[in-house]
Design a protein around this ligand. Sequence first.
Ligand code: FAD
Length: 476
Amino acid sequence: MSEYDYDLIVIGAGPAGYVAALRAAQLGLRTACIDRWRDREGTPRLGGTCLNAGCIPSKALLESSLRYARLRDEFAEHGVLVGGITLDLAQTHARKQAAVQRLTQGIAGLFSAQGVDWLKGEGRLLGPRRVAFVPHGRKKPRTLAAEHIVLAPGSHPGTLDTAPVDGTYIVDSDGALEFAEVPKRLAIVGAGVIGLELGTVWRRFGAEVLLLEAQDTFLPIADAGFARLALKSYASQGLEIRLGARVLDARVSGHGARVHYSDADGEERQERFDRVIVAVGRRPSTGGLYSDDSGLQLDERRFIGVDTHCRTNLPGVWAIGDAVRGPMLAHKGAEEGIMVAERIAGGQGEINYEHIPAVIYTEPEFAWVGPTEEQLRQAGIPYRSGRFPLAANGRAVAQGETDGEIKLLAHAETDRLLAAHIFAPQASELVAQAMIALSLQGSAEDLARTLYAHPSLSEAVHEAALDISGCALHLA
Ligand code: FAD
């Protein structure tokens, strides 16, 4: 008999933790996964933020709002005349919830198929090899022993002292996915990825949307030229984005909220909104995750300290996902889950942190992978760029979606592909071509010599690759 209850205990069943648990079980490890998430009815749910209050519900609402806006604004141009369009927002939310349930129940099915024990309740690291587990509805913890422990507690919305969330009129991203009515005037504090996606949802449903962004630069994480392109495109869709705007005070007032902010010129303004969304980034959920005498080291921002393979300072204790350094993205956490499970099982899992794609699911979508031109210049890496506008792509013209551009960057001497910056319909899919080329260490010429179906948006990737050597065919 083993001295341990499990080979591996994972705390947290978001995309990082549940993937780690599944991969570990596939590799033959006796695995348990502790998670405390419960939905509004009190039912325990797997999948963490991503499935319950992040990626999936937001994409479900983006899809519904896109169809609504297209029907309202674009169908007549196609000769399809539809009268009396109304929105049944309760049904929209029901559909979103059905998608969430289907996927979260799917993970429960995978856990039972792979033999992962789902422990519903709170987990706390006591030290190497020991975890305290308090099942839902109980107070007394059980101590469980495991040879390895993976911490995957994820993150929660950041707050602003100047804009306290009341959950009805001033909400965080969780509340913004649940509005029972379309707000007439909506303010969003923070024009980052989450603010832009939520703003897009409610704008398409008919809200007037103002995004207040404290930074002077729009999307500083993205390619500067493409960020300017995106800003222009979002403005044309009715997303009003004010940069350099600092919220001084946001308070609930009547059936709405009053927002007092200073604009880029330092001038103070007061405006009333029906709803305010605070979308100022996310914080690691490390509070209560470990006992003080466990010895676990965190950094000054309360992220768990890890090395490149996600080992913490404690033997046999690993940490992955949003609660450790790196982009707060589901696919980054999931890859870390696979890497850690493989290493625990004696394998050599690795992640290339340079090649993690980022996507903003607006319209067009905005996706990128690899460095920006600015970063390459700063690093002294010689490069060549190739670009192609969607306006010159046959499929985009047929679809009536010509807003956008694709840019590829390749090493000037070796031609090795370095980066892709894509502002285009289905950029989340198009960027996968660059991902494959990058992971196979391919060159711009490899993409240029690949044959693409016509007409397809992918041909714009082909042309951008051809443009690196000045050979794009449909570019004057
Ligand atoms: P989480 O998903 O946060 O899961 C952590 C889990 O651990 C939770 O279930 C939590 O309840 C549980 N837990 C924490 N502490 C304990 C404890 N002590 N005991 C028991 N259980 C515990 N990312 C993308 O890649 N693509 C997107 O399109 C995208 N869209 C998003 C949209 C929104 C609105 C938001 C808010 C986020 C979005 N994200 C997106 C980010 C994505 O959701 C996160 O990066 C991802 O969920 C992080 O995964 P994780 O496993 O680290 O943590």
